[in-house]
Each structure stands twice: as C-alpha cells, then as structure tokens.
Design a protein around this ligand. Sequence first.
Ligand SMILES: Cc1cc2nc3c(=O)[nH]c(=O)nc-3n(C[C@H](O)[C@H](O)[C@H](O)COP(=O)(O)OP(=O)(O)OC[C@H]3O[C@@H](n4cnc5c(N)ncnc54)[C@H](O)[C@@H]3O)c2cc1C
Length: 514
Amino acid sequence: MGPRRARSHVGNHLTPPMRVLVIGSGLAGINAALLASEFAAVTLISKSPLQQTNTQRAQGGIAAAITALDDPQIHARDTIRAGDGLCDPEAVRTLTTDGPAAIERLLQLGVDFDRDGQGQLALATEGAHSTARVLHAGGDQTGLHIQSALVDRLSEADVDVHTELAVTDLAIEAGRCVGVVTDQRETILADAVVLATGGAGALYQTTTNPANATGDGVALAFRAGAVVRDVEFVQFHPTALASDGNAFLISEALRGDGAVLLDAAGDRFMTRAHPDAELAPRSVVARAITETMRRDGTEHVMLDISHRDAAYLRQRFPGVYRGALERGHDITAGPIPIAPAAHYHMGGVYTDIDGRTTVRGLYAAGECASTGAHGANRVASNSLLEAAVFSTRVVTAIQRDDRPAPPPGEVRSLRSYPSGSAPSWQTLRRAMNELVGITRTAGDLRTALDRFDEWREPDDLPAEPSLPLATLTARLIAEAALQRTETRGAHLRLDFPDADCAWQRHSLWQMAVE
Ligand SMILES: Cc1cc2nc3c(=O)[nH]c(=O)nc-3n(C[C@H](O)[C@H](O)[C@H](O)COP(=O)(O)OP(=O)(O)OC[C@H]3O[C@@H](n4cnc5c(N)ncnc54)[C@H](O)[C@@H]3O)c2cc1C
C-alpha cells in the first residue's frame, strides 16, 4: 500500500492529519469513513468487493420516528418491549432520538427512499413496531439503494480504499490499538481504528448473510483485550425460503402487508402463539415455526400472501417476487415454503453510546458492535438505523478525545484461550447449525466446545485468513450460550425453557492481554 497524500489543515500546516482506519464497507464503515474524511486521513479496508455486505442485502427498510404521528419515545418503547429485558435504555434512546437525523443524512447522501402519491416518504409497518415507521427504497431493495449511494459517495471522497484485503489482527501497543495487521502480513498504523465488520450469520450453514459475514470483528476485538458482550444472542430470521446453504430472505414486510403462516394442515398457528400473531417479535415467530416444524415432522412451514393483488405484490416486493420466482416459487400464486435461518448478531464488541470499546483507540459500529440497543432480540429495521446512528457518533467521539469506555459491569476474564482453527468452513458451519443453532441444550453446546478444542492452530498463515477468527467467534457464542441457563429473546435453551430473572443481565467476556 502506498503512502497517503498528506492533507494540510487550516491554520496548522505542520501537524500531520489524524489517521483513521475503518474496517468494513457496509453502512457503518462507509458512513464513518466519509465523515472522518472531513478532518482525517482515512483508510477503508474490506475483505470483499465493496458491495458484498449485509447492508446490500437489506430488504424491508430502516425504522425511524419521522412523522408528527410518531415519536422517538414510542419507537424506544417498542424496541425495549421486543428486547426481552436486555436493552440498554440509554442506547435505545440514543438510537431512536438520533434516528430522524440519520435518515436526513442518508437522504443527503443520495438514498432515494420510496415516496407516496403526495411525495411524502412512504412508511411501512413491520413486526413489533406499533406504527408505520419503516422507510424503504426500490420497494424491498432498501439495502441495495443505500449501499449504491454510499459507494458512489465513497468514490468521490478522499478515502484510501483497499478491497479484498482481510484484517487478521489488531496491532496493540501498551494497551492501545495502533493499527491492524492484514492477510498480506502488512501492518497499517492508525490513530483510531473503527471495526465495522458486520455480522456473523455465515458461521452457520443456513443463513441469509453473505459468506463474508463471519464475525471477525468480535474475535479481533476479543484477542486485543476488548470486552465483548451478549455474543450468545444470534437472531434467526423466521422467514427464509426453505433451502440448504445460502437462504433467500422473505422480508418481514410481507407479514406487515398481511402474509400469514400456515402449518402442514393449512392452519394459521401464529394466532395461537402470540397476540400480535405473524407480527410478534422475531424470536417468538422463529420459535413457533421451529416448534410447528418439529410437531408436523416437516422441514418448513408455509407463508401465504397470495390473497393480495398480484400486480401490487410485484410492485411492492419486486426483489422478493423475482428472487422467489428464480428459486421456483411464485408469491402471487400461493403459499411458499419457509424456515428460519441465521440472520443477525445482537451481541458483539461492547461499546458505549459513542462507539468506544474498552480498548483505547479502538471503536466499533454497526452489526459487529453491541451498543445494547437491541437487547436479546432485534426489532426489524432497527439495525440499519443502528449502523447509521452509531457510525456517525463514533466519528464525533474520535474527533473529541481517545478515551476508552469503562467496562460496563462484571466481566468474565480469561487469561488464555484456545486458538485452534476449524479445518474447513463446512465443518465449522455444520457444527454451528447442529449444535449452537436456534434451539440449544447443555449437551449440544458442550459437544460443540469439545469439538472446537480438538481443532489445532494452523502452522502457517491459513489459506482462509478469516477461518481462525470465525472459529474463535463461534467458540465464544457456544461458551456464552452454555453459561446462559435460561431462555431469553433469541437464545432458546430447551433444557431451560423459561426466562430467569437472575439472568436479566448482560454477559461480558474479555481475554486478559499479557
Ligand atoms: C438478507 C438481509 C436482510 C436484511 N434486512 C434488513 C432490513 O430490512 N432492515 C434492517 O435494519 N436490517 C436488515 N438487515 C441487517 C442489516 O442489513 C445489517 O445489520 C447491517 O447492514 C450491517 O451493516 P454493517 O455496516 O455493520 O455491516 P456490513 O454491511 O455487513 O459490512 C461488513 C463489512 O465488513 C467487511 N469485513 C468483515 N470482516 C473483515 C475483515 N476481517 N477484514 C476486512 N473487512 C472485513 C466485509 O467485507 C463488509 O465490507 C438485513 C440483513 C440481511 C442479511
């Protein structure tokens, strides 16, 4: 990598600009890079092409209380209700209060959100939101529109961009993050490093995430001594088109628009499971589907929206309509088979409401962070908002000072940790699906941990640079899932089927750095 062009600062030509390094090219990463480029020399690294992100796949939309009929406080109340006792009220308040400004920024960046007949921003309803507050673009192609606008702005900005370069370690000196190490064995120094590495769905065999969503940020931060939080909470999206491997998401917005879930006998089982029926929180819907599949001995249940007008469905859900059709199912013609798939990581690198981790110089934003805004169960369309809101706040924090966040409570500290790597992605993903999946037991989780213990550290730089990081994140998820002896939000323990008030607390993990 060549040296950056030095930039002169008004009034002080001798001070070199601050160096900010951003890892990730989704909404959190690009937004942070664009904002930081206004005062710093910015490098952005992504291990994939810029567009290969969870952001690009988002369908339903982004939630914010932007009308006179809505209020950030009501948005906060809905979010906390779904978070099953683990939302951090300050983080939720920050998310929903900063929400309208985040939408304004996305509009300024050129995101063309859909509008109604009067030219007002069109708003949809989704599960757990008590009112219509979900903005969308291109019907159900919100992520594609956001990602494209961001990539366009990035191409115009003074940011040093490196794609298909993976970060394999953080460089730590005297407890401070001073840069990163890449799979090219190169160290890139920086004054501030922002983790925006996205989710961990691709640790599982069946997932809606792209293959690069392997939870690297959690492992990188953990190895650097940062606190990670609530990593056991992995959300399984209730409605992915039933298939093995990469699962095509059928947006929650279809249920917001009247789609119903049917069991093998053609009966609507969600009306018995929850007062909000198909619009209950995701964990409730995913659990009811899993139980119904188990009861009926099927690999899927059916989702039906074919009672709505076919032309309307094609126009409102063009992405889902085409995607399902390509896979042999017509949403306008009848019910389609769906099953839950790994979708979103609520846990992650602990940050305060300004994106600071517990390691000086290291920040995190977006899905890889645990701000506490989602609690044990994320509400639909709150994650794009979280990525937009907190990536903005991270940059303000970097500009202000370099304080780390104090640990938020009692941390489980580990002096050493196995550094083995799964022999292949397939082995890791199968183990996660079978043993650390939507329903969990102590026996399965112990089997998973024993298996992970057998995996040895690669002798040399592995051909798959993210595999050791992914293995560590998988291990942390299994370990934390074993410790949490209750069922809460997206964490479903068959051997502890109820919530336990003693467990209404975050789980915090840290590796002591020698
Ligand atoms: C199918 C689908 C639909 C969704 N729909 C919605 C929705 O409608 N509304 C909503 O709010 N949310 C939705 N989500 C969730 C939402 O899209 C994500 O939570 C959000 O986009 C995450 O953004 P991010 O910037 O944190 O990460 P991402 O957009 O995932 O970007 C992560 C980046 O990090 C890079 N990276 C990772 N590891 C490394 C490494 N070691 N070195 C270098 N680079 C690395 C990746 O290459 C990538 O560029 C959806 C997710 C999926 C998968």
